[in-house]
Write a protein that binds this ligand. Structure first.
Ligand code: SDX
Length: 390
């Protein structure tokens, strides 16, 4: 070693990312969007109202929200040519791979209208992303089940339009179930932002290079895909299904987790920041019973999840590591009851997180102090040495 580290050269730990958007207290299990507690927003607000709050910093007036909603409805159509993009991919493709690629493909229709320094471009592309991501997501779903794509229906709310695009079929009338609609609205609100999580940090890093919203969001979708991050909601259902099908029982599974057999983890548990119960998980768990009951769905996987939580929360291994359920632990059971295939769960997370990604991209894009991101490193490699013969 040279005996010198970055710290010797005065690289003291650079200040953490500054942001005014979301506040988390991991020890107390507190989450606030622009100062408003998540519990109040989830129960009283709407996805688009919270999106406006995150992006512009204040709750919108009635007129502002009405205009925002109207603009989004009028931008839901995607270019007809873009539909052919989906036919180039195998129907077995994971919807998250389809979605991130589709967003990059979408950006090719707006070259020349995506200058981060042009406020009109930025505002219009905020609307375009919010309007079109749900449509692209529904097309990824329809593609995976071999059904025809539907056109958006501008007479419907954001959530009802999304439900119809996913579950409507050309041969029948579709009316969204109000229980599903309200539950999905609440779940999307719970996912809208979460300060410097991996995918949002990815969006900020890509955005800091001067890349436009489409490129930054596509990168964020790829980061979210990972099973340690947004992909965990899909992994939780796979884990519950394996426990059920293996017949090994919850207790035996928990022992395997504690023994770290084959690197198995209790998916949907633990968090980089929350060392207490994730406030979102609490809200999701509360609505899981209600939604399944109102949808008339009895899912043994919900009971299995509750049993798993009960055992883990009373086990020293998890207590000593401060591992609690996170937002991904119960969401999948609700999405499944709604009729979404497991591989669409992280796509739903992406739609939820989109306003946060746009808000953070906006925050750094409008901050004159923004510098290109370049995470620091501490060099741990070989000291200087000469090439043979030198
Ligand atoms: C999200 O950052 C965000 O805000 C993310 C998110 C958002 O809204 O954007 O909240 C969304 O990504 C939630 C997290 C979803 N991921 C999962 O549920 C996957 C399972 N969880 C783990 O992989 C883990 O808990 C992480 C990745 C979420 C957090 O990892 P940490 O904080 O780095 O914890 P760690 O790896 O340092 O673990 C500390 C100890 C270790 O044991 P020891 O080595 O000390 O013996 O806890 C253990 C870990 O092995 N541990 C787990 C565990 N999580 C941590 N053991 C079993 N099961 C788990 N889930």
């Amino acid at each position: 070693q040279t005996g010198h580290t970055a710290l010797d050269y005065g690289f003291v730990n650079t200040a953490a990312t500054k942001s005014a958007i979301t506040f988390i207290d991991g020890d107390e299990g507190i989450l606030r969007y622009r100062g408003y507690p998540i519990e109040q927003l989830a129960k009283n607000s709407s996805y688009l109202e919270v999106a406006w709050l995150l992006i512009y910093g204040e709750l919108p007036t009635g007129d502002q929200l009405g205009e925002f909603d109207e603009k989004i409805r009028r931008h839901t159509l995607i270019h007809e040519d873009l539909k052919h993009f989906f036919s180039a991919l195998p129907h077995t493709a994971h919807p998250m791979s389809v979605l991130s690629s589709a967003v990059s493909a979408l950006s090719t229709y707006y070259e020349g209208q995506s200058d981060p320094h042009n406020p009109e471009h930025v505002e219009l592309n905020t609307i375009r992303m919010l309007a079109k991501l749900p449509v692209l997501a529904a097309y990824a779903h329809k593609k995976s089940i071999g059904q025809a794509f539907l056109y958006p229906d501008n007479s419907l709310s954001f959530v009802d339009n999304f439900l119809k695009l996913n579950f409507g079929v050309l041969s029948e009338e579709y009316v969204a179930n109000p229980v599903m609609s309200r539950a999905l609205e609440r779940l999307l609100i719970l996912h809208e932002d979460h300060e410097q999580n991996a995918s949002t940090s990815t969006v900020r890093l890509v955005g800091s290079t001067g890349a436009n919203q489409f490129s930054s969001i596509s990168a964020g979708i790829n980061a979210l895909y990972g099973p340690l991050h947004g992909g965990a909601n899909e992994a939780v259902l796979d884990m519950l299904g394996k426990i059920r099908d293996s017949g090994e029982g919850v207790k035996r599974f928990v022992e395997r987790v504690k023994n770290k057999e084959d690197g198995v983890k209790l998916m949907g548990f633990g968090h980089r920041v929350y060392k207490n119960y994730d406030p979102r998980a609490k809200l999701v768990k509360e609505s899981a019973d209600e939604v399944l009951a109102e949808l008339g769905v009895k899912d043994p996987l919900l009971d299995l999840a509750k049993e798993l939580e009960e055992i883990a929360l009373n086990d020293e291994y998890f207590q000593s590591r401060r591992l609690y359920p996170n937002v991904d632990f119960y969401t999948g059971v609700i999405y499944k009851a709604m009729g979404f295939p497991t591989r669409m769960f992280t796509v739903l997370f992406a739609i939820g997180r989109l306003p946060g990604w746009l808000a953070h991209w906006n925050e750094l894009n409008t901050d004159p102090q923004t510098k290109i991101g370049r995470p620091q490193q501490l060099y741990t490699g070989a000291p200087e040495r000469n090439y043979p013969g030198m």
